[in-house]
Design a protein around this ligand. Structure first.
Ligand SMILES: Cc1cc2nc3c(=O)[nH]c(=O)nc-3n(C[C@H](O)[C@H](O)[C@H](O)COP(=O)(O)OP(=O)(O)OC[C@H]3O[C@@H](n4cnc5c(N)ncnc54)[C@H](O)[C@@H]3O)c2cc1C
Length: 408
């Protein structure tokens, strides 16, 4: 048996895990295997500065190539792991080669959900990889018409960039409001007004039934007979975990690869971290799957510690950000299940607005969504972790500094 640690997936989770292994004292070989051809890069700028042409890929590398060499991490790019043999402790690569492991970490992330009516059509774009953006960028030109299907974070970030480039943008969202899955109606309303003030058309409660092409034009047919026309489409309808690698190796999986609080899968030699996992949250007392850089990095570091024999429980407060136009939206915690929402500040003023929404459950702060409110965001991380009970009146009272929310 090899003494290596093999990490499958060379992105946020995989890279953090590899580097943390060395910090935790792993001295045996580390092989970091990734399917993409690029030196690992930050994914969030793809739908932000990179799409806008303000940041090139070389400015987005997770680490310079030298760091992998300095830490004796063997990086195998353009390489797919096609199967795992848990008996012999080997992974098989798409090239046919087999590599043995002592410990294995699955950091395989998630893939975009395909929008079936658009299958096989030209000029339909998804946003997950640097290669996706390279294909999309030539179409982002003043005066062109784009339809974004899906009013989640990635669709809206792309819409903002396109609007700034004077592309005529229409967002079609199936739910009653944009960002329905992740925030409350007040934030959805604020974001919708923000986009509309920048010239983006947003239609909610719209079900796309068909897409046909007339020459280079796409005609999107919706339930009820409404039609929209565009030169190109961006699809942002969420992601899915492809757990087939784990499933075929007999590793317990559901909507993601199941791990315990130590980031260990049902196989004692195999760990997992990042978007691909479902893990128990002690804070929220349920199983959760997250899609965020914070989760990928923090969970990977905990997994590395545990691979090296520690017993480190992963139970971080989730947080996330989104940049649209000049605003920074920062979210902390999970708002599902709240029974009270308090607004501090005002959502008026479009790009000038500054406010925070606090979500409470039985008087305990469980989440906060902040626009231009970094202090509220920072303190909420701590208060959520502490399961702090805070009177709603204190949260909305602008005379009380966030640092004093808890002080009576
Ligand atoms: C456009 C965009 C914008 C985003 N913006 C934000 C943001 O503002 N804030 C935020 O917190 N998060 C954001 N996210 C989410 C964040 O990027 C993800 O949560 C993060 O990338 C998850 O990291 P990961 O390493 O778990 O998975 P991924 O980044 O998905 O990486 C998994 C890697 O594994 C590889 N892989 C999969 N299977 C195999 C295999 N069998 N063999 C070899 N390699 C394999 C894949 O090719 C991929 O490179 C954004 C994501 C996107 C796409």
């Amino acid at each position: 048996m090899s003494d290596s640690c093999i990490i499958v997936g060379a992105s946020h989770a995989g890279v953090s895990l590899a580097l943390q292994l060395r910090r935790e004292g792993w001295t045996a070989p580390i092989k970091l295997i990734g399917e993409e051809s690029e030196l690992p890069y930050h994914r969030p700028p793809l739908s932000k500065e990179h799409l806008a042409g303000k940041k090139d890929l070389d400015a987005m590398r997770l680490r310079p190539a030298k760091v992998y060499a300095d830490n004796d991490i063997e990086l195998l790019l353009s390489t797919r792991v096609s199967s795992i043999d848990t008996q012999t402790r080997e992974v098989k690569l798409s090239s046919g080669e087999s590599l043995g492991y002592q410990k294995l970490a699955l950091c395989t992330g998630a893939s975009v959900r395909e929008f079936i009516p658009a299958r096989g059509l030209e000029n339909v774009f998804y946003i997950r990889t640097a290669a996706d953006i390279a294909r999309l960028v030539p179409h982002v030109r003043k005066g062109r018409r784009a339809i974004v299907i899906g009013g989640g974070y990635i669709g809206l970030e792309a819409a903002a960039v396109l609007a700034e480039q004077e592309v005529s943008v229409t967002v079609l969202e199936m739910s009653e409001r944009i960002l329905q899955r992740v925030t409350n109606p007040a934030m959805s309303e604020y974001m919708q007004h923000l986009h509309e003030s920048q010239g983006v058309e947003i239609h909610t409660g719209v079900e796309v039934e068909s897409i046909r092409e007339e020459g280079h034009e796409k005609i999107i047919g919706c339930a009820g007979g409404t039609e929209f026309r565009a030169d190109f489409l961006i699809i942002g309808i969420g992601v899915e975990v492809d757990a087939s690698l784990a499933v075929s190796a007999g590793i317990e999986s559901g909507p993601g690869i199941q791990v315990n609080e130590y980031c260990r899968t049902s196989d004692e030699h195999i760990y997992a971290a990042g978007d691909c996992t479902v893990h128990p949250s002690l804070i929220y007392q349920r199983q959760i799957r997250l899609e965020s850089v914070q989760n990928a990095n923090d969970q990977a570091r905990a997994a590395a510690a545990n691979i090296c024999g520690k017993e480190q429980v992963y139970d971080a407060v989730p947080w996330f950000w989104s940049d649209q136009y000049s605003i920074k939206l920062q979210m902390v915690g999970l708002s599902t299940g709240y029974d009270q929402v308090v607004m501090r500040g005002s959502a008026d003023g479009g790009v000038e607005a500054s406010f925070a929404l606090f979500y409470l459950k039985e008087g305990v702060l469980i989440a906060a969504d902040c626009v231009a409110r970094p202090k509220e965001f920072m303190i909420s991380k701590k208060l959520i972790k502490d399961r702090a009970q805070i009177a709603a009146e204190r949260l909305e009272n602008e005379e009380i500094e966030p640092i004093n929310f808890e002080t009576a």
